[in-house]
Design a protein around this ligand. Structure first.
Ligand code: SIN
Length: 355
């Protein structure tokens, strides 16, 4: 009889402890809004073992239903912002996302935001949001390399991890971050490095700022490049036109001069060889286009390192700015945003050293 009583007691105690834990979690649970944009994380294929699939097919509610444990980390709700492969990501969707996140935080609708996104342009979107979202609250981007229908898909785990990272108070004040494949990256530094590997995201100069394992995140570093002054895009409906041109051995100057004919071109990022270098004919074409008022930024096609100002190239004389350690596609993001405020070369150069 004593044994039965003690079993009943232990069962009641366990039940009430579980119920209490759930209640506490409910009461203090952070409110997390997931903004879905599509990508492979929402991809669907006909076969679980074949590589072919279509990105951006599965709606956010289905993604959430596939990961019931997600609700342990907070009060989760989802919104569909777009349903595209991130190859089709565009300035209009960046502005829509940024404005929505700023509104969510301004109106105190959530404590953190997670953005699901294709991996192809995830780095650019993360950096755009990093430069335009004005809040200390966590914004976490996440994607997947395998579609939701694949065997050993990575999306469910990545989504759960991203929500866990967003719910963690230590994720505040870090700017926009990317949580992928058990790592956390700073938006400014992260880039996709492999077309197909799961471990595709890397910060080639500095490494991840945190590691995720077993439902926990540990932070190790924090970027010093997270200026408190953000670009205000609240009244912006389009960005100045900036294109990228690639450098290579024996490139024709027409690769640059033809771009000058694009209507409304305001900036050009040159993805140069080595320290942002060019052959002579391309250098002349870049300088000519700069003299016509197009802001030319030298960056590197190499996937790490930085471009040094006035070192191998007379930047001031030729009318160029340098991208510092930003890759060409991120240099384009900062150049477009900078050009919404100024066309002054020196001020824009300063932005590349500060942001
Ligand atoms: C995309 O970027 O939308 C497709 C590729 C991916 O998400 O991994």
């Amino acid at each position: 009889m004593r044994k039965i009583l003690s079993i009943v007691y232990v069962t009641i105690l366990t039940f009430s402890m579980t119920a209490k834990a759930q209640k506490n979690t409910e009461k203090n649970a952070p409110r997390i809004i997931i903004l879905a944009t599509g990508g492979t994380i929402a991809g669907s294929g006909e076969s679980a073992t074949k590589a072919a699939y279509t990105a951006g097919k599965v709606p956010i509610d289905d993604l959430l239903n596939a990961v019931p444990d997600i609700h342990k980390y907070g009060k989760i709700s989802g919104e569909q912002i777009a349903q595209i492969g991130s190859q089709d990501m565009n300035v209009a969707t960046w502005l829509k996302l940024s404005k929505r996140i700023n509104q969510i935080f301004k109106e105190n609708l959530a404590d953190a935001v997670v953005v699901t996104h294709g991996t192809d342009t995830q780095g650019e979107t993360a950096y755009f949001l990093d430069l335009t979202v004005n809040s200390e609250k966590p914004v976490v981007l996440v994607g997947a390399m395998r579609p939701s229908t694949a065997m050993s898909q990575d999306g469910n785990r990545n989504l759960l991890d991203a929500v866990m990272v967003a719910a963690n108070p230590k994720s505040q004040g870090k700017g926009v971050i990317v949580a992928m494949d058990e790592k956390v990256f700073d938006a400014r530094d992260v880039t996709k490095t492999s077309t197909t590997n799961l471990e595709t995201f890397k910060s080639t100069n500095f490494g991840p700022i945190g590691l995720i394992y077993d439902g926990k995140v540990s932070y190790y570093y924090q970027s010093l490049r997270n200026p408190s002054k953000k670009f205000d895009v609240s009244k912006v409906n389009e960005l100045p036109k900036v294109e990228i041109v690639y450098g290579y051995a024996d490139a024709s100057p027409e690769t640059v001069s033809n771009l000058a004919t694009i209507p409304g071109l305001k900036g050009l990022v040159y993805a140069g060889m080595g320290n942002g270098n060019f052959g002579e004919p391309v250098g002349k074409a870049l300088s000519d286009i700069a003299k016509k008022g197009v802001l030319v930024c030298r960056s590197a096609r190499a996937n790490s390192g930085r471009i040094t100002l006035e070192n191998e190239v007379n930047d001031a004389e030729l009318g160029f700015v340098v991208a510092d350690d930003l890759n060409p596609q991120k240099a384009r993001v900062l150049l477009m945003l900078s050009l919404t405020e100024t066309a002054d070369r020196a001020k824009i150069q300063q932005n590349f050293f500060e942001y």
